[in-house]
Design a protein around this ligand. Structure first.
Ligand code: NAG
Ligand code: NAG
Ligand code: NAG
Ligand code: NAG
Length: 441
């Protein structure tokens, strides 16, 4: 069991009480899925390893060879199709056995994650050349341990527990990077990093200094929380100052944000081979007086186009801006975009023009960042190949180029319009006047 098995089987946690027991059934559809990847002509395919599938109790005391063999079958099929496997070690599904002894709150998780990573590099590293340690640590910390709307579903210490979890996630990432660097890099020759997600934030009123300050706090509490320790060393000063002040004002004797020792700062800094980045949307920020977190609220512009997800508005302009932010703030690292995409919900309509529109506009903004601003973008990955189990939203929000038909006993993949060959490919540099006139462009 993973923590997501348990969470999904808890009544009312997931829309329609969906669960991930079978999900897309990719376990049984390696050939079919590689065939649709070939149809799309992708260069790489990103997927994650389920820690509890290969190490059921989280440790190498017991190895589930059948589970590991699935990843061999998938990786072999991808390589045979000339598609590079991009493999994430942790995409939120902690073995339940480790949650039972404190999960990410217990700092012994750091060596357990290192040992798991070591085991996977040893078994798969001769085939896989692209690794992601942890996907979206922000969401692991906040959704799982702050808001509690993702596994393990803890919400009663929202200003404290996410920072403890984030601290251990950063240390665990660093140990996995170091073991790859020290023990495997020379013979396996791959690259490894963490994937960080963030919204971009703009001041709600650009003429108000306090809204502008709220935007800076928001971004430093989001991308900055995890990127600053890895790329620049230690937590950023804004987080350190704001959390300390608010902790002391609340009568605590120390900051709710844990501190790294100087040795830990050194050990975490530089543990990257590229900047793995997931981007979807932008918010408008303004100050609020909450006791916890960054003291900033957020809203959206009602003219922004919607998606099937409440949190996701179509905001391509923010992509170029946050890519430039990464370039300026973190020393112009090579960036690999590891997720970007849009959902729909409700009635199934395979004519997903909103998806093609989204990708055209976002990729054009990434292209501007690359060509005009000199942002060092090395790769781009869409989310996602097919509709998947979308966490607490179950199967109700759909991000795929392919519709996954759960009414069909065969769980068939059906191409949406965006997943088919287009008759009129747009030229590079194609300019859409209505977008370019947008004040945010
Ligand atoms: C933390 O994990 C260790 C084993 O790794 C265990 O002995 C200990 O009891 C755990 N702590 C808590 C508070 O669960
Ligand atoms: C798909 O949707 C677009 C936009 O709503 C519409 O113009 C087009 O006619 C639709 N195509 C089909 C085949 O229904
Ligand atoms: C899904 O499968 C059902 C049952 O086989 C079928 O009736 C339906 O047309 C399929 N939907 C799509 C969009 O292919
Ligand atoms: C299920 O889908 C696969 C791949 O499209 C196909 O080869 C197979 O015949 C299908 N089986 C049934 C029972 O429809």
């Amino acid at each position: 069991l993973s923590i997501w098995d348990k969470f999904a089987h808890t009544h009312l946690r997931i829309s329609n009480d969906d669960n991930g027991d079978i999900a897309c059934d990719s376990y049984n559809k390696v050939e079919e899925d590689v065939a649709i990847l070939k149809q799309l002509k992708v260069t790489h395919y990103r997927f994650s390893i389920s820690w509890s599938r290969v190490l059921p109790d989280g440790t190498t005391n017991y190895i589930n060879e059948a589970g590991l063999n699935y990843y061999h079958r998938l990786v072999d099929a991808l390589i045979a199709a000339n598609i590079q496997p991009h493999v994430t070690l942790y995409h939120w599904d902690l073995p339940q056995a480790l949650q039972d002894i404190g999960g990410w709150e217990n700092d012994t998780i750091v060596t357990k994650f290192r040992d798991y990573a070591d085991f996977i590099f040893d078994r798969l590293g001769h085939k896989v050349k692209f690794w992601i340690t942890i996907n979206e640590p922000y969401n692991v910390a906040m959704i799982g341990h702050g808001y509690g709307v993702g596994a393990p579903g803890i919400s009663f210490r929202p200003g404290t527990l996410p920072y403890i979890v984030g601290h251990n996630l950063l240390k665990a990432h660093a140990e996995a990077w170091h073991i790859y660097n020290d023990k495997y890099r020379a013979k396996q020759n791959g690259i490894i990093s963490i994937t960080i997600n963030s919204e971009w934030s703009e001041p709600r009123n650009p003429y108000k200094q306090e809204d502008y300050d709220a935007a800076i706090r928001t971004i430093q509490f989001y991308i900055g929380w995890f990127a600053h320790p890895v790329y620049n060393g230690d937590y950023n000063d804004i987080m350190k100052t704001v959390i300390r002040e608010r902790s002391l004002a609340a009568g605590l004797s120390e900051s709710r944000l844990p501190e790294f020792t100087p040795e830990e700062v050194k050990r975490i800094k530089g543990t990257y081979d590229y900047f793995g980045f997931n981007y979807y949307t932008t918010v408008l920020t303004f100050p609020v007086d909450y006791k916890n977190l960054q003291g900033a609220g957020s809203t959206v512009d009602l003219t922004w186009l919607d998606s099937g997800s409440g949190w996701l508005k179509v905001t391509p302009f923010g992509f170029r801006r946050i890519l430039n932010f990464i370039k300026e703030e973190y020393g112009n690292p090579p960036i690999i975009i590891t997720e970007n995409g849009i959902s729909e919900r409700g009635t199934v309509d395979l004519n997903d023009t909103h998806r093609s529109h989204y990708y055209e506009k976002y990729i054009n903004q990434a292209l501007k960042a690359y060509l005009l601003d000199g942002v060092d973008i090395r790769g781009y990955t869409a989310w996602s190949l097919m509709d998947n189990f979308e966490w607490a939203k179950g199967f109700s929000e759909r991000f795929g180029f392919f519709y996954v038909n759960h009414s069909d006993p065969n769980i068939s993949r059906v191409a949406k319009k965006s997943g088919k060959k287009q008759n009129n490919p747009k030229r590079v540099g194609h300019s859409d006047k209505s977008q370019d006139n947008n004040t945010y462009n």
